[in-house]
Design a protein around this ligand. Structure first.
Ligand SMILES: Nc1ncnc2c1ncn2[C@@H]1O[C@H](COP(=O)(O)OP(=O)(O)OP(=O)(O)O)[C@@H](O)[C@H]1O
Ligand SMILES: [Mg+2]
Length: 254
């Protein structure tokens, strides 16, 4: 079994891929990690952020109706320049299926139980994208595949207002919010109060500074942005029971 960390957004371009790649790279310092670019909007960007050649591999070869297996994911993965981090490229120039359908394919083929991989980091992109009417289904489906589920939202007031609406419509189980702050925390208290009032079951688990110059430097170098989120969110500590099973599995095989 791999420990699955799912990321999604409420609306495009709020930093989901950047944040998910950052966590994957941080985990890969000590663990085996597979990043799955499962954004179904047809513009997978993880390979671009790491400046990798997908070499014809990726989700383009997996979407459809059949179950997706762990073997399929490993076959479609490319190596990155980061040791212990593999990546399944996202869709290129083709829109995928609804998130709920993709999650069903992944579950059916036990795709996210990847032999030898301790963490699978899955970027599902913005759920308010394909098949708008199925927000609730999409959020529920993501929760069925992820041990932890993070939703990245940015604090520009117009974005935040829509994010709250989308989240209310999605009623997402398991979701922990990561708030990307462009205003040095000025809106944090207001946002948290609004959440408490409108969506008491979802809380802000972590904050990320919006730092265009660091993001630009990272993207220019094809490197993930360093955010230290896995440490702050105690990802490894909470994954320990599952990691112990992965280690036991490896011992059984060897
Ligand atoms: N913490 C940050 N600080 C500054 N800029 C950021 C940060 N995170 C992301 N960005 C910038 O925001 C833009 C969008 O980021 P990213 O592609 O990660 O978003 P996304 O939510 O995955 O978008 P999409 O929905 O298109 O997949 C990029 O230009 C990226 O450099
Ligand atoms: Mg993205």
């Amino acid at each position: 079994m791999s420990y699955v960390i799912a990321f999604y957004g409420t609306k495009d371009g709020q930093g989901v891929t950047t944040t998910a790649l950052s966590m994957a790279a941080e985990l890969a310092r000590q663990h085996s990690v597979l990043f799955v670019d499962a954004d179904m909007s047809g513009t997978g960007t993880a390979v671009d952020q790491l400046q990798l050649d997908p070499a014809g591999r990726g989700m383009n070869n997996l979407i459809g109706s059949r179950a997706i297996t762990a073997h399929d994911l490993l076959r479609e993965a490319v190596a990155t320049r980061i040791p212990r981090l593999g990546l399944v490229p996202g869709l290129i120039a083709v829109c995928g299926s609804a998130v709920a359908r993709l999650a069903a394919q992944l579950r059916e083929g036990h795709a996210l139980v990847v032999p030898g991989v301790e963490f699978v980091v899955c970027d599902f992109g913005a759920i308010a994208h394909p098949e708008l009417r199925s927000l609730r289904q999409a959020a529920a489906a993501i929760a069925t595949v992820g041990h932890r589920v993070f939703c990245v939202v940015r604090d520009d007031p117009p974005l935040l207002a829509r994010s709250i609406q989308v989240l209310r419509a999605a009623a997402p189980p398991k979701t922990e919010l990561l708030l990307v702050e462009t205003r040095r925390g000025a809106l944090r208290r207001d946002f948290q109060q609004t959440l408490q009032l409108r969506l008491p079951e979802v809380a802000v688990a972590g904050v990320i500074p919006w730092d265009p110059s660091r993001a630009m430097t990272a993207h220019d170098g094809g490197r993930p942005l360093e955010l230290g989120l896995a440490r702050d969110l105690e990802v490894v500590e909470r994954a320990e029971p599952v990691l112990a099973q992965v280690r036991a599995g490896v011992e059984r095989v060897s």
